[in-house]
Design a protein around this ligand. Structure first.
Ligand code: 9MR
Length: 347
């Protein structure tokens, strides 16, 4: 029943968009309240988007980024390759640009990300490290970056993607050199540098209850018991229509909540195999609605961030050839059925 109703609403929304009603540049320029951010705030949540520096020359894009969202995550600008391209030489220009923009619009910033095996500079990956060397390098990287942004970052993804699908530790340079304790150390160092920032572990394919989210649950419990400053668990939520919806999402959020942790959907997109059809868009809308309802149902699920808001700047087509259309706005910045489903869920 419900699904059929949702499909109908989605199809209607698509028709309106196709007919140019409620779409196109004039409608976007109007910024009529309530925005997704306004709606989310009524629930004590935020609604955010990732963005990336090269996109900020696109004025219509930037306008919507500034009006519809109350939280921003830099997609790349705060990663290690960008912030410490040479050992001990820090460059915060990209992150600063996004933080300044967000602050001017009173948007929260999620800092992404301090410790990750990917997008590392060559000087980190290109040689062998002893444990004391790498420990010092890691501590300096974390503390210099967190200190630079002290007071300006709502939450940090301190460690990103630390586990394999089967729940074993990913064999990153940090794990192999320092052992699993690098996670607690990273959290402690970040906390020293900005005691007010909320500190997260963040990963993909952890939306459903399963071996990978179980590994985080066990680790989070252990870290909390040891008094390690861990405050949140970020579920990236990169979903794909062909793999099915993670129906245990709400229960999963709730169990982390019971550990005293915040949760957040941090990098949401719902990709599909192209071509786009109305049916796929309607199903995508259902998923956006369902995940929003799941977050709203769990008190400590603090907010939702889409991994950029328009298909124009989605990472999907480059990484999954033949897939795309993953975001709530299309490549022309027109809202899709998913956008209207988000509004419905937040009402
Ligand atoms: O959106 C980011 C994209 O621009 C980069 O090319 C890509 C490189 O891996 O990283 C993307 O963001 C990733 C995020 O940092 C961590 N989770 C997965 C995201 C998609 O790859």
């Amino acid at each position: 029943m419900r699904k059929n109703r949702l499909r109908l609403v989605g199809a209607l929304a698509a028709l309106l968009v196709a007919a140019g009603i409620g779409a196109g540049p004039p409608a976007q320029a109007r910024h009529e309240p309530p925005t997704l951010a306004d709606l989310a705030q009524r629930h004590g949540r935020y609604f955010g988007s990732a963005t990336d520096n090269p996109e900020l020359v696109d004025e219509p894009y930037k306008a919507l980024l500034g009006s519809e969202f109350d939280q921003i995550t830099p997609g790349n600008g705060m990663k290690w390759y960008a912030t410490e391209p040479q050992q001990g030489v820090f460059d915060f220009a990209k992150g600063d640009e996004i933080v300044d923009l967000a602050r001017a619009r009173h948007q929260k910033v999620r800092g992404h990300t301090l410790v990750w095996h990917s997008q590392l500079p060559g000087w980190v990956t290109g040689r062998e490290w002893t444990a004391p060397e790498l420990r010092a390098v890691l501590k300096k990287h974390i503390q210099t970056e967190v200190r630079h942004y002290r007071g300006k970052i709502y939450a940090w993804d301190v460690v990103n993607e630390a586990f394999n699908e089967d729940g074993t530790y990913r064999e990153t340079v940090f794990y192999k050199t320092l052992g699993p304790g690098y996670i607690a150390d990273a959290l402690r160092w970040a906390h020293q540098a900005d005691p007010k920032a909320r500190l997260y572990l963040n990963d993909y394919n952890v939306e459903a209850i399963g071996p990978k989210s179980d590994a985080y649950y066990r680790l989070a419990k252990e870290l909390r018991a040891q008094g390690v400053p861990l405050h949140g668990f970020g579920l990236q939520t990169h979903l794909a229509l062909q793999y099915g919806y993670p129906t245990t999402l709400e229960d999963n959020l709730r169990r982390f909540s019971r550990l005293g942790l915040d949760t957040a959907l941090t990098e949401v997109d719902v990709r599909m195999q192209l071509p786009v059809t109305e049916e796929k868009l309607a199903q995508q809308a259902d998923w956006y609605r369902d995940m929003t309802e799941a977050c709203l149902a769990v008190r400590r699920c603090v907010g939702i961030t889409v991994w950029d808001y328009t298909d124009k700047y989605s990472w999907i087509p480059a990484v999954f050839p033949g897939e795309g259309a993953a975001l709530p706005w299309d490549e022309q910045l027109r809202p899709k059925p998913a956008y209207f489903a988000l509004r419905e869920a937040l009402k």
